[in-house]
Design a protein around this ligand. Structure first.
Ligand code: SF4
Length: 409
């Protein structure tokens, strides 16, 4: 802080050890990013968390946390990002949180961040049943040597187990990778590619290694280069590790990034084909939800237009059909209906959707899709009877006008 106009280093602020004594911000604001704990006992050399929070972790009680979710849910939030560094650090506490979410009837979905060495089948099943749809794990590299240099103390078997267990529960296991690390070579990148093919993640994020203040990597950078903290007085936003290491060059880093992303996306349809879900009747509706969400990602979401993903619609169709083999789910019927319609299979689309508009009579989306399929078959009266049932017919005003025009010919 500045004292009498001079930058002055003060002692670290007092850490609030009783997090539940903090006022619940959900009483004043509406937000999706929530935290149930602060800190992480890990000491990865690239991560600012240990310095920011200290390595001792502080927790909210399950009751405080779930009450916060409940307050936010009442304000209309139904999707949360649980931003704890490692949400599953204490499994008993996670199960308590999940039980409370279920007991209070909160119809929510959420994504969390975890470490591969802190999950088990029991915890993952509770998380799934309480609405968890995605867990992000920091894997960083397929090379044991690089993971060691980054101080990422997880073994490859733990990585494999966590990914297999998470996916079997119908939770998307997302992998974070870092490239452009100390000692990175074509060989270490090949190791990362091999690990991706082994884990078969359905989502992966690739970052270039960045040197953040407060990290061990930053201390090492200052020592290696004789730089001081005054570097931040320059107009820079970040320091990429490769810029500080003469053994690495920019073009190489960029081409590794391209290769990692391209290979991941190219193999995604195979990864989808190998999804292996646990056979547990309790989880069938959740499996249907998981598969249909993935289906929508391939048919309408991030993967639909991706140039490196071959045949996204074929993959989406497989996912929707597989979802329906577990349980009827609106999203899968709709996605499949639209795909069939796009493919010119209007009769098949009508067959599929007709019964479902009775199951979901208030679904404008299904009625619209069915109506358009009827139009494609030239059955304009049937189409109009679908459009008549819509709660809001404005978006299909053109279709309604076209039906009348055809019928008045
Ligand atoms: S990267 Fe994750 S596991 Fe490692 S110190 Fe940071 S928060 Fe902890």
């Amino acid at each position: 802080m500045r004292i009498d106009g001079r930058a002055t280093l003060t002692s670290p602020p007092h850490a609030n050890l009783e997090l539940d004594n903090l006022p619940d911000p959900a009483r004043y604001f509406t937000f999706q990013h929530v935290v149930s704990s602060r800190g992480c006992p890990g000491k990865c050399s690239f991560c600012g968390s240990p310095k920011l929070w200290g390595r001792k972790v502080h927790f909210h009680s399950p009751d405080y946390f779930v009450t916060q979710l409940e307050n936010l849910h009442r304000q209309g939030v139904s999707f949360f990002y649980i931003s704890d560094d490692t949400f599953t650090l204490r499994s008993k506490r996670v199960v308590e949180i999940c039980r409370a979410i279920i007991r209070r009837g909160l119809e929510i979905n959420w994504a969390a961040i975890s470490r591969v060495d802190t999950v088990s089948e029991t915890v993952l099943k509770w998380m799934r049943m309480a609405g968890c749809i995605q867990i992000s794990y920091g894997i960083e590299s397929g090379s044991a040597k690089i993971r060691r240099l980054l101080n990422k103390s997880v073994g490859i078997d733990q990585v494999r187990n966590a990914f297999a267990m998470t996916q079997r529960m119908g939770i998307m296991a997302r992998a974070y990778f870092i490239y452009g690390c100390p000692g990175e070579t074509d060989d270490t990148i090949r190791e990362t590619l091999a690990l991706i093919r082994d884990l078969q993640p359905l989502s992966a994020i690739f970052y270039i290694l960045d040197v953040f203040p407060g990290t061990a990597l930053y201390d090492d950078f200052k020592q290696r280069t004789g730089t001081s903290d005054d570097i931040w007085m320059e107009r820079i936003e970040d320091i990429l590790y490769f810029q500080t290491d003469p053994a690495l060059d920019r073009e190489k880093i960029l081409s590794w990034g391209k290769t990692l992303r391209r290979e991941f996306f190219r193999h995604l349809p195979e990864f989808v084909d190998s999804i292996n879900l646990i056979e547990d009747p309790d989880l069938h509706p959740f499996h249907a939800d998981f598969l249909s969400r993935m289906g929508m990602t391939f048919s309408h979401g991030d993967y639909a237009q991706h140039p490196d993903i071959p045949g996204p619609e074929t993959t989406a169709e497989k996912l929707f059909r597989r979802a329906l083999s577990y349980a009827p789910v609106h999203r899968a019927y709709l996605g499949l209906g639209i795909l069939l319609q796009k493919r010119g299979a209007a009769a098949e689309s009508v067959d599929l959707l007709l019964a479902e508009t009775e199951r979901y009579p208030e679904s404008d989306e299904l009625l619209t899709c069915l109506g358009i399929s009827y139009m494609n078959l030239g059955q304009f009266l049937d189409a109009l009877s679908c459009f008549d049932k819509l709660s809001g017919p404005e978006p299909v005003a053109n279709h309604i006008a076209e039906c009348h025009r055809q019928l008045n010919k």
